[in-house]
Structure formats: C-alpha cells, structure tokens
Design a protein around this ligand. Structure first.
Ligand code: DHB
Ligand code: FE
Length: 307
C-alpha cells in the first residue's frame, strides 16, 4: 500500500502526472517542492510553524500585496542583475541603468505633450517644488521624439495613489510624450521615502526578520519609444538616509540625481513657477531594441494581468 519514506513521497510528488501539462512549470515546481521538503527536514520545521507559514501566505494573498514581498526579499533586484549580466555577455550594456519597477505601477495614466504638472496645480505644494527635465536619447546620442515617459511617485505621506484609498485616481502619475527635440519636463514636489504598510502581512514578516521596510525617496519611470528597448528605472533624491539601506535593494550608481537651485526665470511660467525652485536635469538613454518584444511597455502589472 502507500507507506512512504519522505524521499519516496518527494519522488512521487515530483513525477506523478496523467497528462503532458507544462514541462517548464513542472520543472520549476519540482525544484521548489524539493527545496521546501529539504528545508522542513533539515530545519525540523514543526507542524505549527508550517501552518503558520501557510496562514501568512493566505493573509498575504487576501491583502492583494503579494507583489510587495518580492522586492524586500531581493527578487526584483535579482531579476535586474540577471538582465544586466545578459547585457554584459551580449556586449550591449549601455544607456541609463535599469532599476526595479516595484509593485505600484498603474498603466493608463493621463497623457500630456512635452510637459505636465504632476501636482495638478495644488497650493500649497505638498513638499519642495521640483522641476525635473531632460531628454530621451538613444545610445548614439540622438534625441527621441514621441517617446512616452510614464512617471509616478509617492505622496507627501509616502503612499501611492491607486493603492491608497485617500488619493484620487492617477494622483502623482502621468505619461509625458517627448517633443521633437526629445525633451520632457514636469513639475512636482520632492517625495519623501516610502515604507511598507504597517500592520500588513509584509510588515509582519519584516518585523519577524528584524528588518525595516523603508525605501529612500525616489521617482519611478517607464520609458517606451519606437525601435528602442523599454527602460524601467527610478531616480533617487540625494541625502536620504536610506540611500544605502534600501529595503528593496533597488538604488544604483548613476541614478542619484543632483538637486540644483532653479531661478524663477523665463521659460517656466507654464509650470506655474514664480518662486525659487529645485531643478533636476536627467536624460534617459535607451538602447536600440533587438526585437519587438524589447520595445513593449514591459510593465510588470501588465504581465501579471495578461497571465
Ligand atoms: C516596493 C515599493 C516601492 O515604492 C518600490 O519602489 C519598490 C518596492 C515594495 O513595497 O515592495
Ligand atoms: Fe516606489
């Protein structure tokens, strides 16, 4: 009858099937199940510990926050490291470094031509007024007209619209189409850092790990242009104490911007600038796409939704 040792059970779990199924899913599942069997045996995981873990996964799923746990455990950065390594091997490492998308992108932000006020003209400003401006370029230094720059950041409390019921849809989320000279600019305020939601299953795990869940202040970008490879990146605000202690391990050299004093000079009226402000200059440099796939807006949420 069916009396198994742990090893016999594992072998059966890993091989039983009555239809072809999906070979790749089977391969990955086999590996994960094998590693988990080993973990339970080698660490002598108790039934209470095992079912507490299952309960936590259930709460995590019910909270809709499964995406919040991957960055803090290093997986998002791992995927970027592996793409960087593949680029190195293919001798095509160039342009603005990629940085993790994070779990909080929302597709479909309102589109503006060349410039926009992310703050929607709010008075008083929710923080230090900033104008970020620059161009989208290809790796030959040619300006890219008509590139679409999605930009999103947290509010003054470190929370993102869509995931925060207190914010209007697409608050602090916009899409900007670059002008003929590849230029874009937007006005907003410098966001504070972000922290994982207190009391959430994610926070529960980080508390148990004795870890904090803070990210330094940052602004996200997803840049898409015809013939070029989609760039997902973020810039960091200098001086943040979490710059080198990001719970998502996502900060990178070359992505910490310089804050310059801006003069309320001619040229910024359309952004409502009438007092000294902070200026950030940043060009996005995109590689040539080698396939149609590479120029897709590869937003992670789209991929999840399409699956
Ligand atoms: C997470 C949140 C972010 O705002 C971000 O940029 C990256 C990760 C997170 O909660 O995992
Ligand atoms: Fe973020």
């Amino acid at each position: 009858m069916a009396e198994y040792t742990a090893q016999q059970l594992l072998d059966i779990v890993n091989t039983v099937h009555v239809a072809e199924g999906n070979a790749r899913v089977r391969q990955i599942t086999q590996r994960i199940v094998t590693d988990l069997f080993r973990t339970i045996e080698e660490l002598d995981v108790t039934p209470d510990e095992f079912w507490a873990g299952v309960g936590w996964l259930t709460r995590l799923g019910a909270s809709g926050q499964t995406g919040l746990i991957t960055a803090g455990l290093g997986f998002d950065r791992l995927i970027d490291i592996r793409m960087d390594e593949a680029d190195e091997r293919a001798q095509r490492a160039a342009g603005t470094p990629r940085a993790i998308e994070g779990p909080l992108f929302v597709a479909g932000a309102p589109l503006s031509e060349r410039e926009v006020r992310l703050d929607e003209g709010e008075e008083p400003p929710r923080g230090e007024v900033v104008v970020m401006e620059g161009r989208v370029l290809d790796t030959d230094g040619q300006p890219v007209a008509g590139a679409l720059v999605d930009v999103w950041h947290a509010n003054e409390l470190g929370r993102y619209s869509h995931f925060d019921p207190d914010q209007a849809p697409y608050h602090l989320r916009r899409k900007i189409r670059t002008g003929a000279d590849g230029s874009y600019r937007f006005r907003s305020f410098i966001p504070p850092g972000y922290a994982i939601p207190p009391g959430s299953p994610t926070a529960e795990l980080f508390d148990a790990l004795g870890r904090h869940g803070n990210r330094p202040a940052h602004i996200h970008f997803l840049v898409v242009a015809e013939g070029l490879r989609t760039l997902t990146t973020q810039v960091n605000i200098p001086g943040d104490s979490f710059l080198d202690d990001d719970f998502a391990f996502a900060t990178r050299d070359g992505l910490v911007v310089t804050l310059e004093p801006g003069t309320p000079a001619a040229g910024y009226e359309s952004l409502g600038i009438s007092a000294p402000f902070t200026r950030v200059r940043f060009d996005f440099v995109l590689q040539k796409a080698l396939s149609a796939d590479e120029q897709r807006p590869e937003a992670r949420m789209d991929r999840v939704a399409a699956a």
